[in-house]
Design a protein around this ligand. Structure first.
Ligand code: FE2
Length: 388
């Protein structure tokens, strides 16, 4: 195997300082794990949907049985706002909490990071938008995903919306990496079909955008290809029945690996646009990343055609013919996947007004980051209109 396919001189960075427990039933170990971290009074942020679905009940019961004085907080929303995080922080402070647990999808886990950040660093969430603005270590933050999607349990990022202008901020600092991730596939078993599908597409988008990123490295590539394979092979069976433990475990592993990838490679045009759609139009993150994926992949195909052959192989698409042909076939497969999973494929179907396109482009163009093909505002507008 030759050393090829990487940009520049082959130098790269990779941070993988993660600490995790994986497996069915691991969520029950939360009281012991908190004790090991020296946490006595955790502020437990639970996604309201997860709370209502009873998925959280056994975990909260375990805390109760171990006499852990937890304060449970469920007042968070999708695309969580900084105002919500400040309110949550006030409750955590007045309850003298010394640690934070996020139990839910990306919203709950990123909210937990936000509250932990304010506990040790003070100030306002908006002060920390961008790279490496966090100066003090957080108190113990434990992330327990209940979707196979964001991979936030192993990322050093938090996506939080600035209430004043609906801008979706991206806070990035190694200090935002949770002290512990507990990944228990049993927690996925009551996921509603639409959430399972959308969050799975988000994970697949992470793996693919990470693999195409100009910051991809030999290490991130290993995780990205494995993630694509796990996710693409299992997503249909998982969405059909999240109680299929084998499929759920594969999805949980795949989304975690994909999170590890994007934490190192960043994301490209898909996430730039999806973040704008989340902030300005409140489109669910996984719905946005999914419907954008085939269009952004088609746009990027000319930049790294050889990588599309690897993606095709990983997601189970035939690789005969030239790279262009393979890329087109892979894009078709993603379109088909969206249809098979009954996911919305047009912006107009999720309540986005066409007049919002210029504002979306204006926000997104600042965040195209390590996208493999150089991108103009006009390009983003074309992509959005194609998805519209
Ligand atoms: Fe994402």
């Amino acid at each position: 195997m030759t050393f090829q396919g990487f940009s520049g001189n082959g130098a790269f960075q990779f941070a993988g300082n993660i600490n995790l427990r994986f497996g069915t039933g691991t969520a029950q170990t939360l009281p012991n794990e908190l004790q090991a971290l020296g946490a006595r009074k955790p502020f437990v942020i639970v996604d309201p949907g997860v709370f209502d679905s009873q998925v959280a009940a056994p975990v909260l019961k375990a805390l109760d049985a171990a006499s852990v004085a937890a304060h449970v907080f469920t007042e968070i929303e999708a695309n969580p706002r900084d105002s919500t995080i400040h309110r949550a922080f006030e409750v955590a402070r007045s309850s003298s909490c010394d640690s934070v647990v996020g139990l839910g999808g990306g919203s709950a886990m990123d909210s937990a990071k936000g509250v932990g950040l304010l506990m040790s660093n003070g100030g306002r969430i908006a002060d920390y938008d961008g790279i490496n603005k966090v100066t003090t270590d957080l108190p113990p933050v434990v992330a327990i995903p209940t979707t196979a999607g964001t991979g936030s349990e192993v990322t050093a990022n938090a996506a939080l919306t600035r209430s004043s202008d609906h801008y979706k901020m991206s806070l990035r600092s190694p200090r935002l990496l949770p002290k512990l991730a507990i990944i228990d596939p049993l927690l996925l078993r009551t996921l509603p079909r639409g959430v399972a599908a959308a969050s799975g597409l988000d994970a697949l988008t992470h793996a693919i955008e990470g693999y195409l990123s100009v910051r991809a490295s030999p290490l991130s590539d290993m995780f990205a290809l494995r993630a694509m394979e796990l996710l693409a092979t299992n997503i249909r069976a998982f969405v059909a029945n999240p109680e299929n433990l084998e499929a759920a475990s594969a999805m949980a592993l795949g989304s975690m690996l994909a999170g590890l990838v994007v934490s190192n490679t960043g994301t490209g045009n898909d996430h730039a646009l999806a973040r704008a759609l989340g902030g300005l139009c409140d489109v669910t993150h996984g719905i946005a990343t999914g419907m954008l994926l085939p269009h952004v992949m088609a746009f990027n195909a000319s930049a790294r055609p050889e990588r599309y052959v690897d993606i095709a192989r990983a997601v189970g698409v035939a690789v005969d013919g030239g790279p262009r042909e393979v890329a087109a076939r892979t894009v078709d497969e993603i379109h088909q996947l969206l249809r098979d999973l009954d996911l919305p494929v047009r912006l107009r179907d999720v309540g986005v007004d066409k007049e919002k396109v210029p504002a979306l482009v204006e926000v997104a163009i600042k965040n195209v980051g390590p996208n493999p093909r150089r991108t103009t505002a006009k390009d983003l507008e074309k992509i959005l209109l194609a998805v519209y």
